[in-house]
Design a protein. Structure first.
Lengths: 157, 352, 179
């Protein structure tokens, strides 16, 4: 039964494939409320027992595990606390030009959160930079309703 | 507590792309080598535990295929963690403590070449607020570096020194992917990649695997001339929200050093799993390591970084220093998650 | 303990879509490569494990029984085989021409020691039993590609049924000669 002549070594077969996970996620009362108001260009933080305010809001205090429920209206201007500069955006970043990732602390919040900042050049981004959200045309009630942040000085209030 | 020791360790060459060879094909010769090191056969192992992640190569249940390397017929007592295999070692250590086993074989493997690793690692993030933006692993580490430098924790020059030392040390490591003599000034003259990080501040992407063998006090002496005794293990994790952590230090590492009562004056070497140069500095500072402790004699993750095996490699590399008598006490560290979110430490000693 | 919220709080949004798509590049290992090139030409190749002496198909690279690499002899296998086990499927397969109910079976090809799953069609369901003899029905040659789908399905060969236990015993003796 042995094959007389095994096939000669041939080209190594390769194939590209895409894995897709089409997840839907339930949000619960806290994240759900945060997303609902994002659609209206509002930011809500949540108060911890020590009086500080978390944004993005969480159901439980990350330090004490206490259940959180007291909402605080936040400003729509924030301050850059930390950043990096992406010279070559990856496809998944969904950005056409170099941009910054930044930890941004919104006015009225005590914790920063991650989002993108669009500035023309690396020299513009720095800790302390004041930024405002650039909203997408058709908000869905999601974190991606914010296309990116831009310097507050560029936005007409 | 039952005394448990590392008695053997073997590693595949770390390479950017292992080609078409499957995980299990990479594993078999390494497993053979680790078993030979302890003069054991596959059937002598009481318990097997592995660490891997299906997202790396996009192969569902790849850990099931890897079991073929064990010759698990008719069956083997086996478990798996979807984490770095250092956590598989932890699980096995607990099984020793339960008194159920006397030998364990731990393996970790990862082929990252088929996918886009920085994107894949984005899936570790919270799926509501952060992951939908697809921040990649390099960008998150770069923010941590920027904040630490701005705070004065260390300089870009010190980061380059970490890289130069890693590659110098790696010249003694036959399995390292990046090695050689590099001048710090030359490294600093390179352009930034994801600023402030330069390419060399980031660990390479590597394919490979590692196997480590543990034994109880009753068995270890017969299997290894100078076993590396595990004197303490401590694992802690921090919040997944970057904004609620102080990224410029490692709070969990500080706590672990205290819990382990780390005797810094008597620590000959430490193997720290730092995927980025600045993270080695953050760990050194948080642990309060001193001049007498050599860091990453193997070159560390900057010299080769097999996801899901690199933490186990730190335990293996530290144990090798004990096996060879080059160290009496060593610290091994594994990390997981963005910006050193989770940390596992082990203290290894040559004296039982 | 909830204090009355001062801001205007709407009803929470309930659900978001969170699709994740990732692209990978698969490359065949050397044995799979030979298996796939051969099946493109209408041949089914197995490999004999040096560790266990057994013939494995498709070639796995490592013998699961002994944990040894199987770089050994590649063996051309028959188009005929025996049903080791089977199930009757009453749900349609997306994009398949097969109309349920149909049979999915573990089929042990002659000359092999490891079964693989495939379809059985063109028969009465009741005629498929453990030990039933089957034969591969290949698609038209112009449709052959790199995969087991080149076999459209198996059909009953009409040969007398085989006693699985004695077949297995004979195969074990054969394997032992090569281990």
């Amino acid at each position: 039964m042995s094959a007389g002549q095994p096939p000669a070594p041939e080209a190594l077969l390769e194939a590209e494939f895409e894995l897709g996970f089409t997840y839907s996620r339930t949000l619960g009362p806290v994240i759900g409320t945060c997303f609902a108001v994002l659609a209206n260009h509002r930011f809500l933080g949540i108060k911890r027992s020590d009086g500080s305010v978390l944004f993005p809001p969480l159901e439980y205090d990350p330090e004490t595990a206490e259940s959180l429920s007291e909402w605080v209206e936040l400003g729509d201007t924030g301050t850059v606390e930390g950043y990096c500069w992406v010279k070559h955006p990856r496809d998944k970043h969904n950005e056409l030009a170099p941009f910054a990732w930044a930890l941004i602390k919104l006015d009225g919040a005590d914790t920063p959160f991650l989002h993108k900042v669009r500035v023309p050049d690396e020299s513009v981004i720095c800790p302390g930079l004041r930024v405002k959200p650039l909203w997408v045309a058709e908000p869905q009630g999601d974190i991606t309703d914010i296309a990116a942040f831009v310097p507050a000085s560029e936005v007409n209030s | 507590m039952r005394d448990v020791a590392i008695v053997s360790y073997a590693q595949a060459p770390m390479q950017r792309d292992a080609g078409g060879r499957t995980d299990v094909e990479l594993l078999v010769p390494v497993m053979d080598q680790a078993l030979a090191g302890a003069q054991l056969g596959r059937k002598d192992i009481d318990f097997v535990c592995s660490g891997s992640c299906d997202y790396l190569a996009g192969a569902a249940f790849s850990f099931v295929m890897a079991v073929d390397a064990l010759g698990a017929t008719p069956c083997a007592q086996e478990s798996h963690v979807e984490m770095d295999a250092a956590w598989a070692l932890y699980e096995a250590w607990l099984k020793f403590q339960c008194g159920e086993i006397d030998t364990a074989l731990i393996y970790g493997f990862g082929k990252s070449a088929p996918g886009d690793l920085p994107d894949v690692l984005s899936l570790q993030l919270d799926p509501y607020y952060t992951q939908p933006l697809w921040p990649d692993s390099i960008s998150l580490a770069a923010i941590q570096a920027q904040m630490s430098i701005a705070k004065g924790c260390f300089s870009e020059r010190e980061m380059a020194q970490v890289v130069a030392e890693s590659r110098r040390n790696a010249q003694r490591n036959p399995h390292a992917q990046l090695k050689g003599e590099y001048a710090v000034d030359g490294l600093l003259s390179e352009p930034t990649f994801v600023s402030p990080l330069r390419r060399h501040d980031c660990s390479p992407i590597s394919d490979g695997c590692s196997v480590l063998i543990l034994a109880s006090k009753e068995k270890a002496a017969a299997l290894c001339e100078r076993p590396a005794w595990i004197k303490g293990l401590d694992h802690r994790m921090e919040s997944h929200f970057l904004g609620t952590r102080d990224l410029t230090t490692s709070a969990s590492s500080k706590q672990s050093a205290e819990a382990l009562q780390l005797d810094r004056d008597k620590l000959d070497c430490a193997e720290l799993y730092a995927p980025f140069s600045h993270q080695q500095l953050i760990l050194q500072q948080a642990l309060g390591l001193k001049e007498n402790t050599d860091i990453n004699r193997s070159g560390g993750a900057l010299a080769g970084h097999v996801l899901m095996a690199a933490g186990l490699d730190r335990f293996g590399a530290a144990a090798q220093e004990i096996f060879a008598g080059r160290a009496d006490r060593a610290l091994a560290h594994a990390t997981s998650g963005p910006c050193l979110q989770q940390n596992l430490f082990g203290v290894l000693e040559g004296a039982a | 303990m909830t204090s009355r919220p001062s801001p205007d709080i709407p009803e929470p949004k309930e659900m978001v879509e969170r699709p994740v798509y990732l692209t990978y590049r698969y490359r065949a290992n050397p044995q799979s490569n030979r298996f796939l090139h051969a099946i493109k030409q209408g041949l089914i190749l197995g490999v004999r494990s040096k560790g266990s002496g057994k013939v494995l198909v498709p070639p796995p690279g490592v013998c699961p029984e002994t944990g040894t690499l199987t770089p050994g002899e590649m063996i051309e296998l028959s188009n005929n085989g025996t049903v080791l086990s089977y199930t009757i499927v009453h749900l349609p397969i997306p994009n398949s021409k097969l109309k349920p109910p149909f049979v999915v079976a573990n089929i042990l090809l002659d000359g092999a020691d490891q079964a693989f799953s495939h379809l059985i069609a063109e028969c009465e369901l009741k005629d498929v039993q453990i030990g039933t003899r089957v034969r591969a029905k290949w698609k038209p040659e112009e449709e052959w590609d790199y995969g087991l789908e080149n076999i459209e399905y198996f059909v009953l060969s009409g040969e007398p049924a085989v006693d699985i236990e004695s077949h297995r015993e004979a195969r074990l003796q054969e394997a032992a000669k090569h281990a």
